[in-house]
Structures are given as C-alpha cells and as structure tokens.
Design a protein around this ligand. Structure first.
Ligand code: SF4
Length: 474
C-alpha cells in the first residue's frame, strides 16, 4: 500500500544506529527537533518554574521522589501555557502537584533528605508508594496468564477475546501523566512490572488460545521503541499463522507528547511503513491514541502526525480518563471529540481515573462524570457519539455509567458491563444506589432489588470455563 503522506521530499534518512538495543530515541533528521527528557532531578532547574514560590517547587520535588515525573521540551515549550500555570491543564497533566501528597508526608521526606538519612528516606518513599494502591483491579492476581506451567508476566488476559502484551523496551513514555495508573512501572516497584522480551511466548499463547481475536500492545508507550525494535515484536505476529487474530492495537500517547515520532524522527517513516505492513497483512491496525485535552491536537506537528498515521490505513481511536484539573468540564471534552472527528480520528473512550496513585487529587464523583459526559455528548454531532463512557476498569470488567434514573421511587445509577471477565455479564444493566460522592465502583452499593453479584470482586473471577481455557488445565 502506498503512503500518500510520505512526501518524496521527506525521504527517510538512513538508520545509522540500527544495531543499538533498547528504547533510546534514535534522534531526529537534520534540522528537526530532538527528543530530550526532563527528569525529577532537573525539575528545579527549569527556568519556567521560577514563577512559582520556592516552597511550591520544593513540594513538587518531594512528590517526584514518590511518583514518576518526566517531561520533554515539546510539552514544556509548545503545550503548556505558562501564563496560566499552575492552573494550566497540561501543566497539571504532566507536572507533580504539591497536593498529591499529604503535607505531613512531604515534610517527613524533606526532613529525612536534609538529615542525609538515605536509607530512611528510601523506606519512607517505599511505604508511601504502597499506600497509593500500586496495583489496582487485581492486575497481578487475575490478569497474568499461566501457560505451560509458567506465568507470562508480559501478558495480561482479562477478557476472553483480547490479550495485552507489554514489550519490555516499551515500558516508558515520552512524558509521564501525573495520574498514570501504571506509575509503579516507572518507579521500579519491580515485582509489579509487567514486561516481556519474548514475543515467542505471545505467539505460543495465541496459538493455544484461538478465542483471542485482538492483541493490544501497550506500555508505557510501545511507540517509544525505535522502528527496528517494534518490528521485532510485530513481524512474528504477522508471520505466525493465527487466523483468529483479526486486529492489532497499539496504545500510545506519543501522538500527544512527541508527535515528531511520526513526522521528523529519523525512523518516523520506518514506523509508518511497519504500520502499512500490518494493514497489508489483512489485520486491522488500531492506534489507540491517548489525548487528554484538545490542546494536544492544536499544534501543526500533532495534526501532521495524525494524518501520517491515518495514511497507512491504521484507524486512530482516541481515549483518555476524565481528570480533575485537566479536563473536568463538558466543553473541553466536546471540543476534544469535535477536533478528533475533524481530523479523521474516532472518539472511543472516556475513562474514570483509576483508584491508584494520587487519585484523591484527580477524582471526579461518578455522578458528575456522567453529567460531563452527557453534556459533552449533547454538544457534538452523531459522528462524535462513538465515544463510550464514563467507564471504570474494575476487577470484574469495564463498567460504564449509563445515567441516573428513578426505579420504584428510588434514585439509582444505571450501570452496565461493556467488557467482563465472565462474558455472560456483558451488556446486562444493573443498578447502584445513588451516591453523589462516590468516585469509584467500590464506593457503590447495589440498589434495592439489584443483584449483588455484579458488585462482588470475588464473583469477578473468570468462570471455570475460562480458567480452563487460559491455563490449558481442567
Ligand atoms: S502515556 Fe499512558 S502509560 Fe504513559 S504515563 Fe501517561 S497514562 Fe501512563
């Protein structure tokens, strides 16, 4: 398939560091911007932060000891409106905020640091991380499959038709979202790290599981990998004879945080050619693009990246969580969905922020989340109403809030599983007692007469039939 977006004047530069491993960015074409990460250690040296008080900057630094921080110059120079800081949504999206940790916890970290008590500081950081619920929704207990007697730590198989694959070199991102639910991966809480270098394991698992129709390659951000490495993961999937596998999805925020990945990085064209090969193989390729705010789509390079991806035949589906301080109003979502549609992408999911990390800072009550969703949906054309939400990724599955209703005189939240470990649960409406403060599924209680089954994490375990399928053991 030809690629009309590959302007002949943009002939791909030679890939000069092909033999290097890892996810180190390959650099840019001559004259194009180079990716440069900004870490927690560099935070206090950023001149843009001088406008904030010393106390605020020290508090931000304390937060970066516990939670991951990474930005880059594109995000800092082109996406953040520094005149609006600290309220600017992209600043809130990427930079640590003092209120993400309790005042007393920050003070303790300061004290230990000033006293030079390195091991006590490390212990305090560890204990704070564990307080932040680093592995929500039973990811470790329920989702990691067993195959031929071994747990496959780079895979998750939660829903029967979809497998998630976490390539080892794709477990970082061009910048980190301060609300990221995969934050433990970035701070080295090692036993929680999902990652594999073994695409052979994935292929073997898929062969044994013909019920799987879709593989989601995810991270971190798999598109932080250079093209040659990405190819090593994708090609075996294309070459293996897996007739049941109809789609490959790649989850990414590079379209927002480093769109140069598809435009001017040395191997940008190589990535696009790889996308074309996936499409030419007869499988559908979906780029699951994480856009949190319309500003991420406002730059020329972001729009060019989207056009180039679409020119390969890949479908771009857009998703993001609803986050206080970032995008917690209907007008922002309506503008985001309209922009996505105008640029040819498909609005796909609005998620509820997961119950991990500094979620109290970001959480939006479920009733308010649904109101924002409804108001935004009412403001866009039918073409943008492809979006589903607000959806919670719970232990049992993806629960969408369909609205508030009155049943037998009582106000209830109407809920439904969009996806479930037990496929029999999918699409069946159920009701929770209305609780205006609830911000996560576990805060809800069944409404009178509604089955308790759907609220119980224990019943969320895969049915015996699925356990048999996934382990190959009766
Ligand atoms: S892009 Fe995704 S994985 Fe990376 S920090 Fe943001 S939410 Fe986390």
């Amino acid at each position: 398939m030809s690629n009309p977006a590959l302007d002949p004047r943009e002939a791909p530069a030679a890939v000069t560091r092909r033999s290097q491993g890892g996810h180190r960015p390959l650099g840019a074409r001559s004259g194009a911007p180079s990716y440069r990460a900004i870490s927690g250690e560099q935070l206090l040296r950023l001149p843009q932060l001088d406008r904030l008080s010393w106390r605020t900057r020290m508090a931000m630094r304390a937060v970066t000891r516990v939670l991951p921080f990474r930005a880059n110059h594109y995000v800092i120079d082109q996406l953040i409106d520094w005149d609006r800081v600290p309220d600017d949504p992209i600043f809130q999206l990427v930079f640590p905020q003092p209120a993400m940790l309790e005042v007393a916890d920050r003070a303790r970290l300061h004290r230990l640091e000033r006293a030079g008590e390195a091991s006590a500081l490390a212990a305090a950081v560890r204990s704070l991380r564990w307080r932040l619920n680093p592995h929500p929704a039973g990811q470790v207990e329920h989702n990691v499959p067993t195959f031929e007697g071994r747990r496959l730590h780079g895979l998750q198989h939660k829903y029967s038709e979809t497998v998630l694959f976490f390539p080892a070199q794709g477990q970082t991102c061009h910048a980190y979202c301060s609300y990221c639910f995969r934050w433990p991966q970035f701070v080295g809480v090692d036993d929680l790290q999902f990652a594999s270098r073994e695409v052979g394991e994935l292929v073997g698992y898929l062969r044994a599981h013909p019920e799987v129709t879709s593989v989601l390659i995810t991270g971190g951000d798999p598109l932080i990998m250079r093209a040659a490495l990405l190819r090593r993961y994708l090609e075996p999937l294309l070459r293996a004879n897996l007739p049941g596998l109809t789609s490959i999805r790649i989850g990414t925020k590079s379209v927002a945080y480093w769109p140069q990945r598809f435009v001017s990085d040395r191997d940008a064209d190589e990535v696009l050619r790889l996308f074309e090969e996936v499409v030419a193989s007869g499988k559908s390729l979906a780029v699951m693009a994480h856009y949190s705010h319309p500003r991420e789509l406002s730059t020329a390079v972001a729009q060019r990246a989207l056009a180039r991806i679409q020119s390969t035949g890949a479908v771009v589906r857009c998703q993001a969580p609803l986050i206080k301080h970032v995008n917690d109003d209907a007008a922002t979502w309506a503008e985001l969905w309209r922009t996505e549609v105008r640029l040819g992408a498909v609005p796909y999911y609005m998620f509820v922020a997961r119950d991990t990390g500094p979620r109290e800072y970001f959480e939006v009550p479920l009733v308010r989340a649904w109101t924002i969703y409804r108001d935004a949906l009412a403001a866009v054309s039918g073409l943008a109403r492809t979006v589903r939400g607000p959806s919670m990724s719970t232990t049992a599955g993806k629960v969408v809030i369909d609205g508030v209703a009155t049943v037998h005189g009582a106000q209830v939240l109407v809920l439904r599983y969009l996806q479930a470990r037990d496929p029999a649960w999918v699409g069946r409406p159920f009701f929770a007692a209305l609780d205006a403060q609830a911000s996560w599924f576990t805060h809800l209680r069944p409404a009178a007469g509604s089955p308790r089954l759907f609220f119980d994490a224990e019943t969320a375990r895969p049915s015996a039939r699925l356990i048999t399928l996934r382990t190959g053991m009766a």
